[in-house]
Design a protein around this ligand. Structure first.
Ligand code: PGA
Length: 254
């Protein structure tokens, strides 16, 4: 990590810990976190638990994120949630373009760019996810894929001047227990930072780039020690307070 960028540890609960168990997890995190010592700690519960988890965390240093949003401010979009609705429910961040959204729900670079712009214009901080599949990596296309996904949101990020983050999440590392090595992560993060620098050095310097994909307490330190890894987007290990807080502690030490 680079000391000029505050580390971010974000927990993506996915379709787990709705309602009551989400509130219990949030209460444990709040009780046991203590002083986050400069680490931005975020949890992303399912939509139905957002307001309750936000209330549980009110006044604590833990921020809340949505896992997705619709790009339109309102309208006839059955089953969808707007940026303003997320804010109203207490979210200050939102995950955009997670690979599960891209692969299972048909999100494209264009829709991810629209959602990113919508989040920023409503004052939400997007965490935009990019990442290659195993097939793409094996075909030597990692940089092509990741950089073109990131390029799609560059204009929105540069134009807003707001707070945002990128997350590099290799699809083959998500939920598989097979994390990218520190060297593999750093190689991609450095390329992403160089891409941001083509738009502006300030954008490159100020954009946190998180790593996600099987981050656990025992591999977090090595990943977070990389110069261009500014935090982690954590799935499975964020469902358990002790594991998630051990990753936050690794960010303190990095
Ligand atoms: P994982 O998920 O930590 O369970 O691999 C990461 C993510 O999908 O954000």
């Amino acid at each position: 990590m680079n000391p000029s960028r505050a580390p971010i540890i974000a927990g993506n609960w996915k379709m787990q810990h709705g309602g009551r168990s989400g509130c219990e997890l949030a209460a444990s995190l709040r009780r046991e976190l203590g002083d986050p010592r400069g680490v931005t700690v975020i949890v992303a519960p399912p939509f139905t638990a957002l307001a309750a988890v936000s209330a549980e965390l009110d006044g604590s240093p833990i921020a809340v994120a949505g896992q997705n949003l619709h790009a339109a401010p309102s309208g006839a979009f059955t089953g969808e949630i707007s940026a303003a609705m997320l804010s109203e429910a207490g979210a200050s961040w939102v995950i955009v373009g997670h690979s599960e959204r891209r692969q299972l729900f048909g999100e494209t670079d264009a829709s991810v760019a629209q959602k990113t712009a919508a989040a920023l214009s409503a004052g939400l901080r997007p965490i935009v996810c990019v990442g290659e599949t195993l097939e793409e990596r094996d075909a030597g296309r990692t940089f092509d894929v990741v950089l073109s996904q990131a390029r799609a949101v560059l204009d929105a990020l540069a134009a807003s001047g707001g707070v945002h983050a990128l997350a590099y999440e290799p699809v083959w590392a998500i939920g598989t227990g097979r994390n990218a090595t520190a060297a593999q992560a750093e190689e991609v993060h450095a390329r992403l930072r160089a891409l941001l620098a083509e738009t502006s050095p300030a954008l490159a310097a100020s954009t946190p780039i998180l790593y996600g994909g099987s981050v656990k307490p025992d591999n977090a330190s090595a990943l977070l020690a990389c110069a261009n890894v500014d935090g982690a987007l954590v799935g499975g290990a964020s469902l358990d307070a002790a594991q998630f807080l051990a990753i936050v502690a690794a960010a303190h030490r990095a």
